[in-house]
Design a protein around this ligand. Structure first.
Ligand code: SAM
Length: 217
């Protein structure tokens, strides 16, 4: 029988959403994975190649502070830290954060348990680089505006945000997770002082890679 890597996530998400709890399933999935009875489908042993290609093309100098949203098992956060950024990375799942600390015991990254829908106030305007990869799309559309606004707020004056996501057509109904981002949802990152610097869509991978910047003060 073919292995369905998404089966556990789909099952737990359906239970969670039936309880009107958009994010509770993440901790349940990581906890089941820690017990060896579930698979985390986005677990990988390398940073996201779309992020790596972007960072190399931009020749990021690693100066300043970075924030990695919904960091999961930490591959992207470790990569960003290797570039030289003083990196904070967070996830809503305590089990994921516990696991990432075990995987990278000597990591320079500050890992934290936090909720994107209610982030710490001290993160407001605090980061020169913010990395969002497929976390917003993993939450239902009902909380999308809040999630996007909270990500925007973390970008410091002169800072930049990179968003990596799947694609959904305007008005297209999907029974997620995931609920990939429409063109207008991608555009909506560019508000409250953030402006779009480069919005790219790769039809081969069906992925957005969108870059936003906040003007210097
Ligand atoms: C689809 S996974 C992506 C993980 C990682 N960004 C990657 O690209 O592999 C979404 C991650 O976001 C986390 N997450 C979901 N909702 C969150 C929230 N409200 N606040 C913080 N993290 C959240 C989940 O626990 C999960 O680790």
């Amino acid at each position: 029988m073919a292995l369905n890597r998404d089966a556990d996530a789909s099952r737990l998400a359906a239970e969670s959403l039936a309880e009107d709890d958009p994010t509770g399933w993440f901790e349940r999935l990581y906890a089941e994975a820690a017990s060896g009875v579930a698979i985390v489908p986005w677990d990988r042993d390398q940073p996201n190649p779309i992020l790596v290609e972007w960072a190399e093309r931009r020749e990021l100098d690693g100066a300043g502070r970075a924030l990695v949203i919904g960091c999961g098992y930490g591959q992207d956060a470790e990569y960003i830290a290797r570039l030289g950024f003083a990196t904070t990375a967070f996830d809503i799942s305590p089990t994921a954060i516990g696991e990432v600390r075990q995987r990278f015991p000597d990591s320079p990254v500050t890992y934290a348990v936090a909720d994107l829908l209610d982030p710490p106030a001290v993160w407001q305007g605090a980061f020169d680089l913010v990395v969002e990869a497929i976390t917003v799309q993993s939450m239902p559309v009902s909380v999308r505006d809040t999630a996007i606004a909270n990500i925007r707020r973390t970008v410091a004056p002169g800072g930049q945000l990179i968003v990596i996501s799947g694609f959904r057509s305007e008005g297209e109904e999907v029974s997620g997770p995931p609920w990939p981002l429409t063109p207008s949802e991608i555009d909506s990152f560019g508000a409250d002082g953030l402006r779009a610097a480069a919005i790219e869509f790769d039809p081969q991978t069906q992925r957005w890679r969108a870059e936003f910047r906040r003007a210097e003060r």
